[in-house]
Design a protein around this ligand. Structure first.
Ligand SMILES: [Zn+2]
Length: 150
């Protein structure tokens, strides 16, 4: 068999192997979603419009946590533990002027950046070999949200 044929067949069978792995050995995944709220003010520097002015929102935040395995009680994680991790993060923002809190002293406290900040803080408490914060969604109004995930 020439090199070209050997290469073709090795690529061909490698692809079949990946395909059968996906079909016959699916990985299971669970997702939990917890929601909470906080009130805070902000202003967007350099933004030409109303949001450049100091104003506040009643922010709504949802955290999604994924897990591959359940514990002996059939839980990915206790909802209370996710709520506490989220609350601990949001308490640092509650009733503040976000622009005074690092890193929003340097970057705009946009919904996108606030979502990333919460993602990092909640992730430090939740993430382990099985659990992972998969996304944070921040709603600054009933009709506008931004999500962060990696
Ligand atoms: Zn705003």
């Amino acid at each position: 068999m020439c090199f070209c044929k050997a290469f073709f067949f090795s690529v061909f069978f490698f692809q079949i192997d990946i395909f059968t792995s996906i079909i016959y050995y699916p990985s299971t995944m669970y997702e939990l979603v917890v929601e909470s709220r906080f009130a805070a003010a902000h202003q967007l520097r350099g933004y030409k419009g109303k949001c450049e002015n100091l104003h506040g929102h009643n922010w709504r935040v949802t955290v999604a946590v994924t897990a591959e395995r359940l514990n002996d009680q059939g839980l990915a994680i206790d909802f209370a533990d996710v709520k506490k991790a989220l609350r601990d993060a949001l308490d640092q923002l509650e009733h503040t002027f976000l622009n005074d809190i690092f890193p929003f002293t340097q970057i705009n406290p946009s919904s996108e950046n606030v979502a990333k900040w919460i993602y990092d803080h909640v992730g430090k408490k939740i993430n382990n070999g099985n659990l992972e914060v998969s996304s944070i969604t921040v709603w600054e109004s009933e009709s506008a949200s931004a999500s962060y995930f990696e």
